[in-house]
Design a protein around this ligand. Structure first.
Ligand SMILES: Nc1ncnc2c1ncn2[C@@H]1O[C@H](COP(=O)(O)OS(=O)(=O)O)[C@@H](OP(=O)(O)O)[C@H]1O
Ligand SMILES: [Mg+2]
Length: 354
């Protein structure tokens, strides 16, 4: 198997960071730092990014990382820095040999800040670059809903390894999907999934809380013989994906079931394991550029589970031009057999608006 070590390191790194996020999620304040409604950030975002980058740099020191966060705020604020440091020290895998594979605990506050700050790569078309979203769907995290810890390795601009930790999704790949799925604050048994995929090697899921590499099961998208029966997923936030356009597309496709709304790349993961079928993310703002860390891991997962992903114009997503998908607008993901039908209707609906 190619990229075996990369996958193993990514699974362990995401598993450890997910443990960290869960402690923040179950706290009353949820570690909120920023007063900003549009892009909230928590101590969990900083802690998870530091842990994951430290893991990557231990295993692959030459690799670059495009991470959503940086250490600027923590360098200025001692109280926040202390909160994050306590979190980072407490998050450990059960298995010490697994811990060793990702470099063990971070040794000092300085090392933590250095790791956190090592996500400043500008991305690009050449070499090995990781894309990291330590807490994707922060609004869902704060709301007590879905969120995801997302990590992907891009090789020469192509997403090649993808790992997503979803602490609030049901372990059961077949669990019925609805907008309230797993969205409660209790850390119930039966929740928490770790997804992994390598280009050309398929996609898998396993429980997040148990040994990361054991119990891995192959996952695949569901066959959709009749698109009218499809379940489609969309963002909770109307500002991130046009609910109106999504509804128009669903209606033109003859879909009568209401959409499943969930935050984060849990949407990609859910369709990859056949719990839903189609992911629509139609642009709301003309100027917004999608971030590569919001999509890279999910794209590998869906492609390897038998799906196709493009932007809303049917163009392949270009991860090789920097930190954003600036040549693309929106995202459409669906099983290969129905994809042509779906993208045709997406273009039709967007065309009407132009
Ligand atoms: N205007 C606009 N349009 C599209 N996307 C945007 C926009 N603003 C923010 N974002 C990014 O959306 C990420 C979360 O979106 P999701 O679809 O996963 O979740 S949500 O239901 O919409 O909250 C979210 O990721 P996180 O910040 O990691 O939560 C943002 O990067
Ligand atoms: Mg995100």
């Amino acid at each position: 198997m190619t990229y075996e070590k990369e996958l193993e390191v990514a699974l362990l790194a995401v598993q450890r960071a997910s443990i960290l996020t869960k402690t923040v999620y179950s706290s009353h304040s949820k570690g909120t730092l920023s007063k900003s409604d549009s892009s909230p950030v928590t101590i969990g975002d900083f802690g998870a990014q530091a842990l994951i980058i430290a893991s990557i740099k231990h295993a692959f020191p030459e690799d670059e990382v495009v991470g959503e966060e940086d250490a600027d705020d923590l360098r200025k604020n001692e109280d926040e820095r202390k909160l994050v440091w306590d979190l980072v020290q407490a998050a450990k895998l059960d298995d010490s040999s697994a811990e060793d594979k990702i470099g063990g605990p971070i040794k000092s506050v300085d090392d933590m800040l250095t790791a956190l700050d090592s996500g400043r790569s500008n991305g690009g078309r050449q070499g090995r670059i990781w894309a990291l979203d330590p807490i994707d769907g922060t609004k869902g995290f704060l709301r007590g809903g879905q969120y995801a810890v997302c990590l992907a390795l891009m090789v020469d601009g192509v997403p090649t390894v993808g790992v997503i930790g979803c602490p609030n999704l049901p372990i059961d790949d077949q669990a019925p999907l609805d907008s309230s799925i797993g969205a409660d604050a209790d850390d119930k048994e039966g929740k928490g999934v770790l997804f992994g995929a390598v280009k050309g090697e398929g996609a898998t899921s396993r429980p997040l809380s148990k040994g990361a590499l054991q119990q891995s099961k192959k996952i695949s998208m569901k066959a959709v013989p009749d698109v009218r029966q499809a379940t489609f997923c969309e963002s909770v936030e109307a500002g991130h994906s046009s609910h109106g356009d999504n509804a128009a597309i669903a209606s033109k496709l003859g879909i009568t079931k209401s959409s499943v709304r969930m935050d984060s790349q849990a949407k990609y993961a859910s369709i990859a394991r056949g719990a839903g079928d189609i992911y629509l993310r139609l642009p709301v703002s003309k100027s917004y550029e999608e971030k590569i860390w919001d999509h890279a891991a999910g794209v590998v997962l869906v492609q390897e589970a038998g799906g196709e992903v493009t932007d809303a114009w049917g163009k392949p997503l270009d991860f090789g031009i920097g930190r954003t998908l600036k040549e693309n607008k929106g995202v459409v993901a669906a099983p290969k057999d129905v994809f042509p039908q779906v993208i045709e209707v997406v273009k039709e609906v967007l065309g009407v608006k132009q």
